[in-house]
Design a binder for this molecule. Sequence first.
Ligand code: KIV
Ligand code: ZN
Length: 533
Amino acid sequence: MSTNETQMNKPIAEAARVAADGDYVVIFDTTLRDGEQSPGASMNIEEKMRIAEVLEDMGVDVIEAGFPIASDGDFEAVHEIAKVVKNSTVCGLARATKADIDRCAEAIKPAASGRIHTFISTSPLHMKYKLQMEPEKVFEKVIESVTYARQFTDNVEWSCEDGSRTERDFLFRCVEAAINAGAGTINIPDTVGYTVPEEFADLIRDVRNNVPNIDKAIISVHCHNDLGLAVANSLAAVRAGARQIECTVNGLGERAGNAAMEECVMALRTRNDVMPQKTRIMTEEITRASRLVSTVTGFTVQPNKAIVGANAFAHESGIHQDGMLKHAGTYEIMTPESVGLNKSNLVLGKHSGRHAFKEKLKSLGYELGDNAVEDAFRRFKTLADMKKEVFDEDIVALVDDSVGSANDKIRLVSLELLCGTVHQPPRATVELDVDGDVRKVESTGDGPVDAAFNGIKEIFPHSARLQLYQVSAVTQGTDAQAEVTVRLEENGRTVNGQAADTDTMVASVRAYVHALNKLLDKREKSAPDAMTA
Ligand code: KIV
Ligand code: ZN
């Protein structure tokens, strides 16, 4: 390991922030690791890098960028993110084995600040059935894994998987041993989303009162949302002394997801009167992060979702509207601006020039290279020709739509459709470029979507099954862009593709092609064996 790449003796900025201010809460974002474990939420490297960039911009302290041993793709993503992120710590996950920790250490090597997060299950159920290990063997592994990880970095986090269902005395012993071995962060996960706020707060207080060396570590929590309590449990833990929250944008994550970052952060900001704890998150970036994660993963945000749902700041009833007009505080506990939501305003038209477009991109939080701006500008002009009014949401969809397309093997060249009451059965003419080989076919189907998708299958035969086809409008009006999500499944691998266009059928075919490209990427970089985390 060369000296300029070692992680040893580097300042641990997030720990310094907690040391300087006892109310500081470290935000550890795991959208790119636990979030990616949501079935279908897989992201390619370019997409992960775009998200990491936004997370860094918004002030996330620690970005968990992946599980390096899980696949070559995961390793590469952590490695590439580690190279470019400068203001957040980049973290990789590792089980309690040398092979996992070696791979993780290699992946975070280029980071300005890198962390190894190693974990092992400690609950009776997990030790007996999942690990098939005696508690004393697990205890040894805790010491071994943390000691080994400390050879690569001073910044080591240790997690007791299924911590909330672990016997207290055993938990205290493991935590004490992990700290003695050199862990600076101790994470207590509620892996199965089973706990409730009072109980979890008690657990955190118990850890603080019964682990003799606990003052040498930051207590972290990682709550899953199976009972819809992930955010409440995380906040209860913070009030009981935890100083790191592990969370994801839009609450993405295994099964029902993790604690939603935007909810934790906005609750701390809005209810500062009862919770003096604070983060350094620039909350004005929340909407941008939410939209990007939703576009990339194809997981649309439910309209009534707190903070980032389309209705979170909408007032429908007459009584509420009347109250809002008299004083916004009557029904609004935080401003839309505080989460980066501008009132949907008409922005640009077909006569707008490059300069105005660049300024608009900047105000929406995009910093694109010259080529990307040119490409976006060209597509904006085409859109402005077709659509009377171009809103901020249209521009966001247009820019995000190009995410991850640079290395695509399959591209749509042209599409023609004949359908309606006269043309039966519906017929599609699809032309694709597959790695430079351009082919055109005519196909039929039960409807225009089916006909077009059959055409794709004819040109590029594959066994992936269509699991989801979803259309939503980016803005209002019949000339709105359609945003289409397509989910494909092949041999247990699930991917989502997304595309936006004023023509619903073009968006549909591009979304299908996007999903196929992701599947190809996944085939190339897939895991050697199934992972558990
Ligand atoms: O849910 C969990 O316990 C995890 C650990 C790896 C922290 O994701
Ligand atoms: Zn988890």
